[in-house]
Design a protein around this ligand. Structure first.
Ligand code: ACK
Length: 947
């Protein structure tokens, strides 16, 4: 027989069930041919004496051939779709002389489904054509001479099948064919073990886009965590493993099964952990131990976990308490509520604790005592260590008594005496107040520069509790004692002074914060319980240690720099949630980050809806420093909770790859998003985006976090156009930012986005973030244009120094360019605070007609050819009062409801008096500026660009 050469590669073996294979049929095949002289069945024996069934036909000389070969009935079994693999040789017509009209080089494959296995007469019309089969390679006379036959393999899919079985038929129309073998099979997903669950043989669906969901059964000695599932794909592949089983207590995973722990080992919890050696001084005799028992004379306290060694006392720290004490030793009370202990005051296992939110004027004594759960069982003496921390730098003092000047149904005017021995200038006062009846539920606060305030928006005939504290550059004082005053009833005299003073004698708690890292390595090692006492002396002192002199707003958490943790893992543990990787499904790669790929995927949380997430991965082969830098961002992000800050879902640190999982933002980064949608949005939509970013930045600055790399590329956009600030990590961020360039003072800085003082002497602050915010505004309004275009970094620095500022992008409303210019004030204290930016943008959104005047319209006005744009000077009441040195009355204006420049421009001298400006000189100064303001606004309205 000529040698067979394979013309087509046989497909990779797939898990399949064979329904027919002519090469393995030992007896006669019994296939039918029509007409009798068409196909020939030839059976030869191979060297192992096994039959080779071949069907041949070669009527190439005669026209109008129609020769059929029909298989026996083949049972479908469980198949929905079957595959027919044909192996055949086919003669090249060109190699046969005189056959040009009659010779063909193809044949046809048909099938017919029936339920009956026998007695079906062959009727070609009942058959459905599957395909015309051609050879990839045909052979010639010469090949025959060389005894080479080129064997073709073709596979065809047939289905969906619904009857019990089917016939195959082969139609020859005048070719020279030898059908060497026919194999019929269907694919299945084979029995498998995955995640400690077994999955049975499964037949895929016909429709290749839908998967069969299969639930797995836990292997012996395993229990379900999340329902284990696999999906059977059309090609017989198992896809998308979900959920899993874990080995039960006393069993560990070995090669996809759960094996009992050996004697001397134990496993106390169900989970994918290995059996552990019994802790010191404990033992297990049998197989599959859940816990090791203590040796004689050793103990484990009732609440000690089974992982703990059995000991004689004392043992490692478990609890830490804090007490604040008065002058007498017995006047102590728990101080947990006023100080924050990171990670916690109780259950410490490391010899490190971070304490924040100290009061000013205070000496704290920390008393650390070693105790443990078995201490009671021993007669050992207890061991105590002391650490004293002073918050002393000569800071703000308490103010004098809080006096009610007058009350109305919805306002109360208060005043107080300035502190006498204040060594530092007083920046402002903060007044905290709440309804007496709702004490502890919530409180409001307001600020004023003057030692007086009018608090409005109160309820009539209601008692309120007030206290005040001062703020100096060093921080806050403690609060004054509490004073209670009542608003008048609706009909009572506004100036009545019925308020009664009640001093509530409790120690005031300052928002002033001192960050102290107490490294308690001095303390006894071993299993100790830290007992922690803080004592505040009557002679209060204070010291501040704030990042960039920031003082947080009351009620808002302070940001804690993860670098202040001696052990970075502790910061991760404190601020992030560990996610079990089986809950994460990675779907595709969406980008490349500095540390590895960024992917999109889904996160499942038991009892919650599955959510879309972005997953930042740390690529393999990292060094410890890279891992720490990578996770640093998560420790920062995990401290934030705001709709305009990218939300951290959690981290994977206990398995590989290390991942950071954050909410998914469908539209990616803002700069590329805007470039892709140039000109697509309304001005209001753009302002909405800017408002979101400003709101996120206000939150960050209130927490005392300085971003340093605020730019459109670091803002992400979701499907609802909500913008969220991302990319945290302080100096690390700058290292990673391709925009960051080295400066002469060292360090990398994204020059185009950075305020001059930060470039020249690294003075980063919320005010330098405000500068960057102005650049982001410009990027947004120009749909992602590069700030300062192709100018070099050096030219950018020089031109800013000379007073040049980016001009308004095309189509930019005057009001927005004005705000940008405000953000780019050289003097950083003149730049708007994020809270001003948010309220300014809110006003624009509420009053969209204010966005109509565009810069280009103004510049082309005939009466001001080539003139520099004369922007209104102020964007807020605060700015206006600052400019006339009357800032101390800001809260009077706000409290009385004057919160737009328009409303101020309508004020009379009586109005100014009524809001509590008592000094005649001040009244005059304000009213004369009101008149100027009125003229200026009128003038601008006439010109058509008043905002
Ligand atoms: O501009 P992009 O599409 O948005 O490409 C980058 C890429 O990953 C590398 O950083 C995208 N990306 C980052 N974080 C997220 C997220 N939370 N949601 C969606 N895309 C993200 C970013």
């Amino acid at each position: 027989m000529p040698e067979l050469q394979h013309a087509a590669a046989v497909c990779d073996p797939v898990p399949s069930v064979v329904l027919l294979d002519t090469t393995s049929v030992l007896g006669e095949l019994g296939w039918k041919t029509y007409p009798i002289n068409g196909w020939d069945a030839i059976t030869e024996m191979d060297e192992h004496n096994r039959p080779i069934h071949t069907f041949q036909v070669c009527n190439v000389m005669e026209p109008n051939q129609n020769n059929w070969l029909r298989s026996n009935w083949i049972s479908r079994q469980a198949a929905q779709k079957i595959y027919v693999e044909l192996r055949f040789t086919l003669r090249d017509c060109n190699s046969i002389p005189w056959v040009s009209g009659t010779c063909k080089e193809t044949f046809n494959l048909f099938y017919h489904e029936t339920d009956e296995a026998h007695g079906v007469k062959f009727k070609p019309a009942q058959y459905t054509k599957v395909d015309t089969i051609a050879a990839d390679e045909s052979f010639t006379q010469m090949d025959l001479g060389d005894r080479i036959l080129k064997l073709n393999t073709e596979v065809r899919e047939v289905g969906p099948m619904t009857r019990k079985g089917f016939y195959l038929a082969f139609q020859d129309i005048g070719a020279c064919i030898a059908l060497v073998s026919v194999k019929v099979y269907y694919k299945k997903c084979p029995f498998t073990l995955r995640n400690l669950a077994s999955f049975p043989d499964t037949v895929p669906r016909v429709d290749s886009s839908s998967l069969v969901e299969v639930r797995g059964a836990c292997v012996d000695h395993a229990e379900e965590r999340d329902t284990p599932k696999l999906f059977c794909g059309a090609d017989g592949d198992w896809l998308v493993p979900l959920g899993r089983c874990v080995c039960s207590v006393g069993y560990e995973e070995i090669d996809n099964s759960c094996a009992a722990c050996h004697p001397g080992f134990y496993k106390a919890y169900a989970g994918n952990i290995k059996c552990s050696k019994c802790p010191p001084h404990s033992f297990s005799y049998g197989e599959g131990a859940a816990i090791c028992r203590c040796e004689k004379g050793f103990f484990r306290a009732e609440k000690d976990p089974p992982t703990m060694a059995c000991t004689r006392p004392p043992s490692p720290p478990r609890n830490i308490n804090c007490k604040r004490c008065g002058p007498e030793p017995d006047q102590c009370q728990l101080c947990e509520e006023e100080l924050r202990f990171l990670p916690r005051p109780l259950g410490l296992t490391n010899a490190t604790v971070t304490v924040v939110d100290f009061s000013a004027h205070a000496n704290y004594t920390f008393e650390i005592e070693s105790l443990n759960g078995v201490s009671d069982m021993s007669s050992f003496p207890r061991q105590i260590a002391f650490i004293t921390v002073s918050t002393d730098q000569g800071g703000p003092s308490l103010v004098g008594a809080l006096k009610k000047d007058w009350a109305s149904p919805n306002s109360i005017a208060l005043s107080w005496q300035q502190p006498e021995q204040s060594t530092l200038p007083i920046l402002d006062y903060e007044i905290k107040y709440y309804e007496k009846e709702h004490e502890q539920l919530s409180y409001s606060s307001t600020r004023t520069k003057a030692p007086s305030v009018i608090i409005s928006g109160l309820k009539a005939a209601t008692w309120y509790v007030f206290s005040v504290r001062t703020r100096t550059p060093a921080g806050y004082s403690s609060y004054s004692p509490k004073y209670e005053y009542e608003t008048t009833g609706d009909s009572s005299d506004m100036a009545s002074d019925q308020g009664q003073v009640l001093v509530i004698v409790t120690a005031a708690v300052g928002g002033f914060t001192l960050l102290v890292i107490l490294t308690l390595f001095l303390l006894i090692t071993g299993r100790c319980q830290w007992y922690f006492k803080a004592k505040m002396t009557s002679e209060e002192k204070r010291r501040t240690n704030y990042q960039n002199g920031h003082v947080p707003f009351p009620g808002i958490k302070t940001y804690v720099d993860p670098d202040t943790y001696e052990d970075p893992a502790q910061a991760i543990h404190e601020f992030t949630k560990e996610i079990d990787p089986s809950r994460i499904r990675i779907e595709r790669v969406i980008g490349a980050g500095e540390f590895g790929e960024v992917c999109s995927g889904r996160l499942r949380t038991p009892g919650k809806k599955e959510i879309a997430v972005a997953i930042k991965t740390l690529k393999g082969g990292y060094v410890e420093r890279q891992r720490r830098d990578f996770l640093r961002e998560a420790s920062i992000m995990g401290q934030f909770d705001h709709p305009n800050i990218i939300r951290l879902e959690g981290v994977v640190t206990k398995s590989r790859p290390v991942m950071i999982v954050v909410e998914y933002m469908e539209n990616g980064s803002l700069d590329s998003f805007l470039r892709q949608h140039d000109g697509h949005f309304t001005v209001i939509q753009l302002v909405g985006m800017l408002r979101g970013i400003a709101s996120g930045m206000k939150y960050l600055s209130d927490m005392g976090y300085v971003h340093r790399d605020l730019a459109a590329r670091n803002i992400l956009v979701n499907s609802n156009l909500v913008c969220k600030v991302s990319d945290f990590g302080l100096s690390r961020v700058l290292e990673d930012d391709p925009e960051a360039a080295y400066t002469t003072t060292g360090g990398k800085i994204p020059i185009r986005w950075t305020a001059p003082e930060a470039i020249s002497y690294r003075k980063f602050s919320s005010a330098s973030d405000a500068w960057s915010y102005g650049i982001v505004m410009w990027e947004v309004m120009s749909y992602g244009e590069r700030p300062y275009w192709e100018m070099s970094n050096q030219d950018v620095i020089l031109s800013i120094e000379e007073g040049y500022r980016l001009p308004a992008p095309m189509g930019c409303p005057v009001a927005l360019h004005q705000l940008m210019l405000h953000c780019w004030q050289k003097e950083r204290s003149h730049r708007p605070k994020f809270t001003d930016v948010v309220s300014f943008l809110d006003k624009l959104i509420r009053n969209p007609s204010s966005l109509l005047p565009l810069v280009e319209d103004i510049q082309s006005l005939p009466e001001s050819p080539g003139e520099e744009m004369d922007y209104p000077m102020f964007i807020s009441i605060g700015d206006w009062l600052d400019s006339i040195k009357m800032s101390q009355y800001k809260s009077n204006f706000m409290a009385a409801g004057y919160n737009t420049l328009d409303s101020v421009a309508r004020m009379s001298i009586e109005d100014v008096r009524r809001i509590g400006v008592e000094l005649i000189g001040h009244q005059r100064r304000i009213i004369s500026s009101v008149q100027t303001l009125r003229l200026q606004l009128l003038h601008e309205q006439e010109k058509g660009f008043h905002v």
